[in-house]
Design a protein around this ligand. Structure first.
Ligand SMILES: [Fe+2]
Ligand SMILES: [Fe+2]
Length: 457
């Protein structure tokens, strides 16, 4: 007698870093409402957007419809991925050919064993020409009450997008050190985190980077598989490093680096890209600085280049690799996390402050780079920094004491950075105003970076 056939199954080809393998996706078992809906821009935020979401199990015919009015009308293909140690399935719809400065409606729809389920939302593409906009900047969020309060604060402040510098959900609490093994892992934390951010991320993109806690033990060679399964990032980064990318919004170029590749402090992924990432960075900066329509460049990665906080101090690896490059191209703002606190430097050039920039200052950012530690987005905060003497981790891991004359403002409270960008005024001066808000919305710090488009000013 012929044995019965196994039940019908479905397989899907993975995208992102795990594209080389096939993973089993469990069959649809029940109606599964979309969860953790979040947006990311493509490489061109004027014309490209990705909508991502998860379901508790596999679903039938996942699809996304998008359009400028209630009739929607355009159906977009969906790429579905499974991920390590969870039954959740992650769905990604990359949308191209959008119109700049336009509000779109979208609707997620799919079937389950007990019927169709759906979710809907809206998003807005970046404007064709520079106009005033706001972005949020922060890292080190986790799943906790402070993080949830910050999501509400971000919604209230209505940024156009968030720039998130790693240590997202802490599904692997060993933080790239490998200490603790499976006991330190709970990959369901990703779903809790995505549900936590959905109230903001379903309508404004969250542009994320990797921190040391995205190096998950046993989850791909670099540990990034869990992150890449859940995000649909711009595909214009370093070859072999889909966690890196760049995009332009208005008059600002944004570059997301993999700080783990350059860290001396936590060297799990150190130098897996090496000179390739540095060359890509130089190419991106050269291109951005050659564009007449761009005023500012913002670079984001996780590890601190300049921070007095004694928990992690500053990372000499990131300095050795990138500080000369940032100086050469006069990068305006570097956003880091990792130290769970707030800190802002004076404008720095060649490792030293070039001008005083106390709270409320207006500074010409051509003279130096402002380094921001925005690691207070939710995880337990570290004791206050601001020490006159801190340390930098050098090659081999030794901590070398150093004076911290470059530090301007430190604060140990939880906080979120908000940056208001305005295009050039009649005098040709563009501005980025950084405001750091505590959880209750009170102002911790404020500074304005200005840059003139006219030579000699
Ligand atoms: Fe962290
Ligand atoms: Fe970190």
């Amino acid at each position: 007698m012929t044995p019965p056939l196994p039940p019908a199954t479905r397989r899907t080809i993975l995208g992102g870093a795990a594209a080389s393998s096939l993973l089993w996706i469990p069959p649809a078992t029940a109606a599964a409402p979309p969860q953790g809906v979040h947006l990311t821009y493509g490489a061109d935020p004027r014309r490209q957007m990705a909508v991502s979401w998860s379901t508790p199990a596999s679903v039938r015919r996942p699809r996304l419809e998008v359009g400028v009015d209630r009739s929607l009308g355009r159906v977009v293909d969906v790429d579905s991925r499974s991920s390590k140690d969870v039954r959740s399935v992650y769905h990604h719809a990359r949308i191209g050919g959008l119109r700049p400065g336009t509000t779109y409606r979208y609707r997620i729809e799919h079937g389950g064993a007990t019927g169709a389920t759906a979710a809907s939302g809206t998003f807005r593409t970046a404007p064709e020409k520079p106009e005033a906009f706001r972005f949020a900047a922060f890292g080190d969020m986790g799943v906790n009450a402070a993080a949830a309060a910050h999501v509400a604060l971000i919604r209230q402040q209505e940024p156009d997008f968030s720039f998130v510098v790693g240590d997202l959900c802490y599904a692997d609490s060993s933080g790239g050190t490998g200490v603790g093994g499976p006991d330190t892992q709970d990959f369901a934390e990703w779903d809790r985190w995505l549900r936590q951010i959905q109230p903001s991320a379903r309508s404004t993109p969250w542009m994320t980077t990797v921190g040391n806690h995205e190096m998950e033990t046993g989850n791909g060679e670099l540990g990034y598989a869990g992150y890449l399964d859940r995000f649909s990032l711009p595909r214009n980064g370093v070859d072999g490093a889909p966690v890196t990318y760049s995009f332009v919004y208005g008059n600002v170029g944004f570059i997301a680096l993999d700080g783990n590749d350059a860290s001396y402090e936590i060297d799990r992924n150190a130098d897996y890209l090496g000179v390739d990432q540095d060359r890509w960075l130089v190419g991106q900066l050269a291109t951005m600085r050659a564009r007449a329509d761009l005023d500012f460049v913002v670079v984001g990665f996780h590890n601190c280049m300049f921070c007095t906080n004694l928990v992690h101090g500053s990372d000499g690896g990131n300095r050795d690799r990138w500080e000369p490059i940032f100086d050469r191209f006069s990068v305006d703002l570097v956003v880091n996390g990792h130290n769970h606190c707030y800190e802002r430097t004076h404008p720095v050039r060649d490792g030293a402050p070039v001008v005083e920039a106390p709270r409320g200052a207006v500074v010409d950012s051509r003279h130096g780079t402002t380094y921001l530690t925005a690691g207070g987005a939710g995880q337990a905060v570290y004791p206050v920094g601001g020490q006159a003497l801190s340390y930098v981790t050098i090659a081999g891991g030794a901590r070398v004491p150093e004076a911290t004359t470059w530090s301007s403002v430190t604060d140990a409270q939880h906080s979120i950075g908000f940056v208001d960008v305005t295009p050039r005024d009649r005098a040709g001066v563009a501005r980025m105003r950084l405001t750091a808000l505590a959880t209750d919305g009170s102002v911790i710090d404020r500074v304005t970076l200005r840059r003139s488009s006219r030579t000699g000013e």
